[in-house]
Ligand binder design. Sequence first.
Ligand SMILES: *Cc1c(COP(=O)(O)O)cnc(C)c1O
Length: 387
Amino acid sequence: MNNAIPLSQPDITDAEVRLVVDTLRSGRLALGPRLEEFERLIAEHAGRRHGIGVNSGTSGLHLCLEALGIGPGDEVITPAFSFVASANCILYTGATPVFVDCDPRTLNVSVQAVERKISDRTRAIIGVEVFGNPAGMAELAALAARYELPLIEDCAEALGGRHRDEPAGRFGRLAVFGFYPNKQITTGEGGMIVTDDDRLADLCRSLRNHGRPPESTEAGQGLGSELDHVRLGYNYRMSEINAALGIAQMRRLCELIEARQNVAAAYTRRLMGNIDIILPTVEPETYMSWFVFVVRLSDRFTAENRDYIIDGLRRHDVGSSNYFPPIPLLPFYRKRFGYRPGDFPVAESVSHRTLALPFFTRLTGREVDLVCQTLELMMTRITFART
Ligand SMILES: *Cc1c(COP(=O)(O)O)cnc(C)c1O
């Protein structure tokens, strides 16, 4: 073992190991009672009628768009400042992503900017709780309702967060959680759609399972309907093994979030005196479950300065990364759609100066101190031209 501090790390205890091993010994590895229980736990947590477990958050987003019948010729509004999956899912359907710049404080989309992008070809709005911050989600849901457009809530980064007493996952007509190992809880790989809409839930269940009728489950059961593929579907199922891991993690959700809040509080206390570091904005009436701890450097730092600091942290065995480059400026999107620097000025300016610090439940106070010391050391090495 070395003393490296990773960017993130899952929190797995004997409880998780036991439930996964029990599942392996049960003989039932797909579409069984673990998946049903995990779906119930997530749906209940988000205050929704249905949970549909899938093999990734990205698959979940894709199915939401398919279930809404979105395809070529349609436009879907999505944030410029997010993880690439919140735009790729639109391209899978043949529809066109329409990007919206972010609010410089919360880093979520500016609701006014979303309204300006609504056209007569808009078929849905994807809203993302960026870095787990649910700020503005209620306003976005209200805007979507006013235009009779479905809101798909990409809450992959926000499990356990709340805004004005509404949990993340309750704002969209459909909402999607993600369980990659750096999220608040993990299933290894996995995701979950939640919704109150019975018809959309049935469609998602069918689409994740090769287009079979939603009530049919495992091979050997209900043979009559088993090969009855009523629509073009996918295999986006979540296995019993992944679901077991998810159940054990959900039973520890409060503990996991409390630990994340403690680490976030330690970083905040340690860094709030530094005028060159902009800390995450937490609005009133917001309960953060903390996906990552991303700080922003002040305006006198350039993107090159930021990259130098990230490199310096890594050379000192401290994990760091530049969350996120704006999606439209990623090489693939530039080439396909011709986006250029300057098209999304706020997202660009923010993304030049953001850096993610190591963040996970077991990060100790001493490690937080060491990370911050190293960060500040790297910052002092930047020399600024006199003006
Ligand atoms: C993690 C994440 C997803 C889902 O990612 P998967 O790796 O496919 O599970 C989707 N959107 C956002 C914003 C995310 O951060």
